[in-house]
Design a protein around this ligand. Structure first.
Ligand SMILES: Nc1ncnc2c1ncn2[C@@H]1O[C@H](COP(=O)(O)OP(=O)(O)OP(=O)(O)O)[C@@H](O)[C@H]1O
Length: 301
């Protein structure tokens, strides 16, 4: 479990992380989301003892990173896919890490095999593609078989196979009861792998919820298609500002439930070809939350 309590980081007059209190539970995949500059990396770095909080605390299983005797046994992290010595081979870099942390060499081979870079482990890390570098970084995070794993944008640069592999990996880790914290810009990806979302905006906590709770407050999207041109015209008038034309005979409806759309169509004499409700997506919920925050800031400024 990772616990942030009123965690704050200021750089001069800029507040990168602003009094964030949140618990990242074990046995779940938690996605850390937010626009560029929201404070995600800074928060992760403070959890990992790489940045010192200005105030507040970041604890892993009840202790600060600096207090952990053998931190890699408790927490594995992969933050930067390019943070390898370019002239060292992937294997040599992982062996150095293992040696430094007192892990047997065999762990290195296990981790290299697990991430599928056995054929390139003897090559210099500087020659790796971004996808291979991501895998090498994840091998480092796995080295100590830790109970907490933190990955920053792990699917960046991975091909379709790689993305599927990361998905399986993080789900398995959570299934083992580990604490898994993953940041990502790709909402479709987050929807597939995460149980929970923590959203930061300009350093502040905007949401901390299960994926289901996060999307629950959103209106379902309604789409309606008219059977002919005349019906389309009648329908467009009947829906007024609620209708947004998205095809020759099709409207997306904002702010009205499907039943009201059907009723208005009937009253107007418009014949419908299709009327459907789509479940709100994580992406819709996220975009709306971040937009609302931006509007609030614009109004408050
Ligand atoms: N070492 C630093 N010195 C000064 N300002 C910093 C430093 N590190 C981060 N910041 C600032 O703190 C804020 C949060 O940055 P951070 O990198 O944590 O955001 P992020 O959510 O990870 O963004 P991204 O998605 O772009 O990686 C930004 O305004 C950034 O410019």
């Amino acid at each position: 479990m990772i616990e942030l309590h009123e965690l704050t980081k200021r750089y001069g007059d800029r507040t990168a992380v602003d009094q964030v209190t949140v618990t990242v539970p074990s046995g779940k995949v938690t996605a850390l989301l937010g626009p560029n500059g929201a404070g995600k990396s800074t928060a992760m770095r403070m959890v990992l003892g790489l940045d010192r909080p200005t105030s507040g605390t970041a604890m892993i299983d009840g202790r600060r990173y600096a207090e952990l005797r053998n931190p890699l046994r408790l927490v594995g992290a992969h933050l930067d896919a390019r943070a390898f010595h370019p002239r060292r081979t992937g294997r040599a870099g992982r062996r150095a890490l293992a040696r430094y942390n007192g892990f047997p060499r065999a762990r290195v081979e296990t981790a290299i095999d697990a991430v599928g870079i056995g054929t390139v482990a003897g090559k210099r890390a500087g020659t790796y593609s971004l996808g291979m570098a991501q895998r090498l970084g994840i091998a480092g995070a796995m080295l100590g078989d830790p109970s907490t794993i933190i990955l920053d944008e792990p699917v960046n640069g991975l091909d379709a196979d790689g993305v599927r592999w990361v998905r399986g990996l993080v789900r398995r880790w959570a299934g083992d009861g580990r604490t898994v914290l993953v940041s990502s810009h790709l909402m479709s990806e987050v929807a597939l792998i995460a149980d929970r979302v923590v959203v930061l905006g300009r350093g502040r906590l905007l949401a901390d919820a299960t994926v289901a709770e996060f999307t629950a407050g959103q209106h379902a999207a309604v789409e309606v298609a008219a059977a002919d041109d005349n019906s389309f015209r009648l329908l467009a008038v009947a829906l007024g500002d609620h209708g947004e034309q998205i095809g020759a005979d099709r409207l997306r409806v904002h702010g009205l439930p499907a039943a009201t759309v059907g009723h208005r169509a009937q009253q107007a004499g418009a014949v419908l070809r299709e009327l459907r409700t789509d479940a709100p997506s994580l992406e819709d919920a996220y975009v709306r939350l971040v937009e609302d925050e931006a509007e609030y800031v614009a109004v408050a400024a």
